[in-house]
Ligand binder design. Sequence first.
Ligand code: FES
Length: 571
Amino acid sequence: MANYRSTDWFGKRDKMGFIYRSWMKNQGMPEDMFDGRPVIGICNTWSELTPCNAHLRDIAESVRRGVLEAGGFPVEFPIMSLGETLLKPTAMLFRNLASMDTEESIRGNPIDGVVLLTGCDKTTPSTLMGAASVDLPTIVVQGGPMLNGKYKGHDIGSGTNVWTFTDDLKTGKMSYAEFTEAESCMSRSPGHCMTMGTASTMACMVEALGMSLSGGAAIPAVDSRRKRIAQLSGRRIVEMVKEDLKMSKILTRSAFENAIKVNAAVGGSSNFVIHLTAIAGRMGVELNLEDFDNLGSKMPLLVNLMPSGKYLMEDFYYAGGLPAVLKQMSGQLDMDVLTVTGQSHKQNIETAGVVYNEEVIFPFDKPVIAEAGIAVVKGNLALNGAVIKPSAATPALMQHRGRAVVFENIEDYHARVDDPNLDIDETCVMVLKCVGPVGYPGMPEVGNMTLPKKVLAKGVTDMVRISDGRMSGTAFGTVILHVSPESAIGGNLGLVQNGDMIELDVANKRLHLEVTDEELAERRKNWVAPPLASERGYVNLYVNTVLQADKGADLDFLVGGSGSEVLRDSH
Ligand code: FES
């Protein structure tokens, strides 16, 4: 009989063995489930408060079927689920908490291999981070995107059209009745946002890393092939346990480099930077902002999906999905890396990877945009760097010099942005402070500030915006994000004043505040740190230990892993 990790529980022939097995038998498990077969944890982020993951109980049943077919013992368990739309103050505040839940739930239980069921933005990185710190054989089953939104004969995309509808409501182009009607037209099936927002980005990241079966990223949540891949993943994880194919054998430096390049090709979210860095940190692979710029910024955009392009995830799936992108990008990628199939990307896509619609997936030599990956800018305004997603920006604003209009925090922004007396026009640079990891806390997705009403009324759709926060992966605009160090801990962003001139030059990777070092030193003397909401509980732990955005915003003591050994055995 094979000696798996779970044998330390269910293989015992003493009092504790009795206890471990007997209580499990209250669920009706027959004796032979404890005969030394691999125990597979189905880590479920299902929650009705995470609408994007509300179908995952159903998907778990397909995984369970696959595990049983392959001779494994499936055990489903819940972990903290992070719903992007409902959770306040921001789901990102709890990504690291959910990762701790995942890590300790896996390590403390008789589990030999893990299936992560993910969907909404933060449920993917949180579970991957937690699982990486344990390093068991692990496979991801993505929940899949919603069907395309349909409104008045047109396709509409999650998130992306929320921004345009909000502008239209503000300027009177849309009535409130139309606005509410559009809500149900946008979200008309189970699944996550069907634009190339953060959830789709994470789904593609997982597949590019080799952590899901080939083709797993794009299948719509309600397509029967979603259940099929879940069942096949259930079968496969049992084999992975027998092969001892741990996460660390898949998540190598080359796998992370592949993911960075693929993220450019799919037009993935700027949030990708923060999450991939955090996952790499758990795996002991060092990634820094320069890696994203060096590896990704020259890569082409091939996938024509909102918010960078026109189509949606359902179209992407029918056009060939990620296998087709991998094939187009194969000259740029390390196609020999190992994946959860036990084979390389090259082997996985041998008979796949066909592009069925070149309007949706462009050829490598005729891309949507030639250089589209996340770019990094640095300067006295962001000494440790900041990021921009060029594919979602306005080319004419990528080199821009403008007068700063400063909002001290998000409440100040809401209070004044539409004030007719606000001294602002489209040439200005909007600056938002105190929305970084510590300052808010949790680094909310507010960096793509809606433009002032009086600017929108002129028909202007974009301005340069700078903050230490994030933006939704479904958003667009010339938006500088993740400024590090953040304003709340004394970064120079906190010293910007109304009227200062700011120069952005993405091509030359420059973000410069035209204020002398002497003047900045003078301002620093009078700078007062904002009060932090950190009296007790998890938030206290978070603000006192969170790393800056350029380090992945993990908690400092969570970086790295502890393996699968339990700390002590009180039994
Ligand atoms: Fe859940 Fe967009 S809100 S994926």
